[in-house]
Design a protein around this ligand. Structure first.
Ligand code: PMV
Length: 317
């Protein structure tokens, strides 16, 4: 019996960094996914492989160790953590297809974790619901990374575009955001922990100024919520540009990110900004028109993918 499960990546549209200090944020699932195919192993060891990532590993789920046969380790730790916690160690073969770039702030590890848990529980004939998948996936991410925001696993499990309010309540948007987007990313990974620490220290040194900036980012997010509800695509772009200026002012921008932000605008994006922690990682450009042009412009020097927000969370076949 082969089980297939698939879960989406995510992107933050507004509110990164400010959300750490209680401001609201808007994030959503995108139409780029992790797909897991899980079956009994043809040999007496568990195998985890991915043609997309060019790797293959043998897993020792009892000792929580792996032997790499090909490629780089990357995402294996998440799979090992899942199998050692939730499986009886009978040998499995797990195949991963991934169209989300790793380490670009698009939630690849959350998508892999969520889809693997769903595939495994279905394989075991266990009953499960989305709430328990989101909770367990967050625990797995926290164990592997030491710390994890529940946003990635939550968005990957449930799908859709969400607004996280100041009192930490999550609301789904009723309207579909029809705008297309382009994500641009360099090979330089962002380091979320380091960037969050940097903003904290900047805030400690300049509390009066940085508090106002974080509050302003929160206000932008609230305006964006209205713009999305009324489908005001150009307003949304303008708000992204203002947000970018504020992210720059708190020190999370880099040369590469800035170059992509301006290239996207020049190619016709209505707005562009860093998405996620910054310091590397990705930018997002909103493209009510000109998606192809923006994609080509970003893909020329760096890497780009075309994305749309998607209502589709995790599903199993
Ligand atoms: O780059 P990402 O996807 O890890 O996003 C980080 C977002 C921050 O607001 C900077 C941190 C957080 O935990 O919310």
């Amino acid at each position: 019996m082969e089980i297939m499960a698939s879960a989406p990546g995510k992107t933050i549209l507004f509110g990164e960094h400010a959300v750490v200090y209680g401001e609201p944020a808007i994030a959503g699932a995108v139409n780029k996914r992790a797909t897991i195919r899980l079956r009994e192993s043809p040999s007496d060891v568990s195998i985890f492989k991915s043609d997309d990532l060019g790797f293959e590993a043998e897993l020792d789920t009892v000792a929580k160790r792996y032997t790499l046969k090909k490629g780089k380790p990357g995402i294996i730790k998440y799979i090992l953590e899942i199998l050692s916690q939730y499986h009886d160690h009978s040998p499995l073969e797990i195949d991963l297809s991934l169209d989300i770039p790793i380490g670009s702030g698009l939630g690849s590890s959350a998508a892999v974790t969520v889809s693997t848990l769903a595939a495994l529980f279905k394989y075991q004939g266990k009953k499960f619901d989305r709430i328990s998948i989101a909770k367990k996936a967050h625990e797995i991410e926290s164990n592997v990374q030491g710390m994890a925001s529940p946003l990635d696993t939550r968005v990957s499990t449930f799908g859709g575009l969400i607004y996280l309010s100041r009192d930490k309540k999550i609301a789904k948007f009723n309207t579909d955001l029809k705008t297309s987007f382009v994500i641009g990313y360099t090979s330089k990974r962002g380091n979320t922990g380091r960037m969050v620490k940097y903003v904290k220290s900047l805030k400690q040194r300049n509390p009066k100024i940085v508090n106002l900036i974080l509050r302003a980012i929160g206000n932008i997010t609230d305006e964006a919520k209205l713009a999305i509800a009324h489908n005001e695509e150009y307003k949304l772009g303008e708000l992204m540009n203002i947000n970018q200026g504020l992210l720059d002012s708190i020190g999370v921008n880099t040369n590469e990110l800035s170059r992509m932000v301006y290239l996207a605008r020049k190619a016709g994006a209505s707005g562009s900004k860093i998405t996620g922690a910054g310091g590397g990682g990705s930018i997002i450009a909103s493209c009510p028109r000109n998606q192809d042009r923006v994609f080509k412009a970003l893909n020329y020097y760096d890497n780009a993918i075309k994305v749309n927000f998607s209502k589709k969370g995790v599903f199993v076949n």
